[in-house]
Write a protein that binds this ligand. Structure first.
Ligand SMILES: [Zn+2]
Length: 471
């Protein structure tokens, strides 16, 4: 089987091939930095991380860009309320966002562009749209004229007929020709702070929210992206408007594969502060839950299904993580013990059948439930082999490599050993030398492999063993 994704654009499962062979350019809509993100937002961000990790596991290189929306109605309102500048206000929320990503072991994207650093790029897009007849000015703002873009609506397939075309309606304080038209540039309004206002060729004002993503995605990834993701509530109007702006400006296809994650609900209900079922990561940590269990729970449900968050499911996730961790520790111990130097019959076959099934799960539109099913069959087999007492150190090391390989996608095993102290590394090297002296090459090799898995390479020189950390 080859990699397939459910493309929102076609509402079908389609084979995936990137524009550039072996390299995937993807844009993942980031947070609006006006509050602490909640676990619903983080479900999407963890899924996007697993998507990137899975692509790398499957042999692709990835270039991920995630924007930070640091200028919009909400951030301006927050800055005004607190009597500080927009930048001061958003800086706090940027910080806690990155804190939450690190807590949940989300690998960093290649770029985290901020909207306020890309005003000139946005102005350029508006100018192109104007040249191509897609905009008009009204009341100091610049609007995208939906009627000028016939394929508008192709992503969302929403029923636009309920919105009456051509009716001149007031939206907020703005006048627009058509209720569906949206602002690409918002003219300055009385009361908007200096720190949230730019004076550009388009006049005094600020960019529309949708424009930010068109400008930043195309700047870092080119005019046609392989994958664009977000939560289902981004489909309309946000992503529909991104298509209109980007394709309207370039005349080229903007995104080849649109992927959208379903929502997280709590105890079967929509999360809301008023219902007392609204959680952030610090809320869960303060109740004693582990970040790795939270991450596991998020990724255990395939992204196109609603995730029902309950404390029972979080406890089940914690015990699943504990099983993986315990196997990893026991395999590590066995790998370091003395014994036969060759991997015994059957071990390789078990590993390759597991890896095939795990990969097929990922290739099936990132079916993480299927991939985890394969993983836990493998866990049962490896545990049975360990308990039989027959598993060789080399076999245990091979099992552990396979487990850690799968975890390069999941990211739920502890990274403690990656932080080995120099003295601990030296102690392991001494153990390896001792094993070599007694001609136990399997044990020596297992130690070398273990260090290699932690990014530490050994070099045997006439002056002894040298080691270095891979950067
Ligand atoms: Zn976006």
């Amino acid at each position: 089987m080859a990699l397939k994704f459910h493309n929102t654009l076609t509402r079908s499962l389609v084979p995936f091939t990137p524009l550039t062979a072996g390299k995937v350019h993807l844009y993942t809509c980031g947070p609006t930095v006006y509050n602490r993100v909640h676990i619903g937002n983080l479900r999407t961000f963890v899924w996007e991380d697993v998507l990137c990790r899975a692509l790398r596991y499957l042999g692709f290189e990835t270039v991920q860009v995630m924007n930070l929306t640091d200028i919009d109605d909400k951030t301006i309102r927050g800055a005004i309320q607190e009597g500080i500048t927009l930048k001061e206000f958003t800086a706090r929320h940027v910080e806690t966002f990155f804190e939450d990503l690190a807590t949940l072991n989300v690998s960093p994207a290649a770029h985290y562009p901020r909207a306020t650093d890309h005003i000139p790029e946005m102005v350029e897009i508006v100018k192109k749209l104007t040249e191509r007849g897609h905009t008009y000015e009204s009341d100091g703002s610049i609007w995208f004229r939906i009627a000028s873009f016939p394929s508008y609506g192709k992503l969302a397939r929403v029923d636009l007929s309920s919105m009456q075309r051509g009716a001149r309606v007031a939206d907020d304080e703005y006048e627009k020709e058509d209720v569906r038209d949206f602002a690409v540039w918002k003219g300055w309004k009385e009361g908007e702070p200096e720190s949230a206002t730019w004076t550009t060729e388009l006049g005094k004002g600020r960019p529309g929210w949708h424009l930010e993503c068109s400008a930043m995605s195309m700047k870092y990834l080119g005019e046609t992206l392989d994958i664009h993701t977000g939560a289902v509530d981004n489909i309309f109007p946000h992503h529909e408007n991104e298509i209109a702006q980007s394709e309207g400006a370039t005349g080229k296809e903007f995104v080849r594969y649109w992927l959208h994650a379903e929502h997280l609900i709590v105890d079967g209900e929509k999360m809301a502060k008023s219902k007392g079922n609204f959680f952030t990561v610090p809320d869960l940590l303060s109740r004693g839950h582990s970040p790795r269990a939270i991450r596991y729970l998020f990724l255990s449900v395939p992204y196109r299904q609603k995730l029902n968050f309950t404390f029972e499911s979080l406890a089940a996730a914690a015990s699943a993580v504990a099983r993986l961790e315990s196997l990893d520790l026991r395999l590590g111990e066995r790998a370091r013990s003395t014994g036969a130097s060759a991997i015994e019959d059957g071990v390789e076959a078990k590993i390759s059948s597991f890896q095939n099934e795990f990969r097929e799960g990922l290739e099936d539109d990132l079916n993480t439930a299927a991939a985890l099913g394969a993983l836990f069959s493998f866990v049962r087999e490896a545990n049975a082999d360990l308990e039989s007492g027959q598993l060789s150190p080399a076999g245990a090391a091979a099992f552990q490599r396979a487990l850690r390989g799968a975890d390069s996608v999941l990211g739920v095993l502890p990274k403690a050993e990656a932080g080995l102290l120099d003295s601990e590394i030296q102690a392991k090297i001494d153990l390896r030398q001792a094993a070599r002296k007694r001609r136990d090459f399997a044990a020596a090799d297992a130690i070398r492999d273990e260090l290699a898995a932690l990014g530490i390479t050994l070099e045997d020189t006439p002056a002894g063993v040298r080691w270095r950390r891979k950067s």
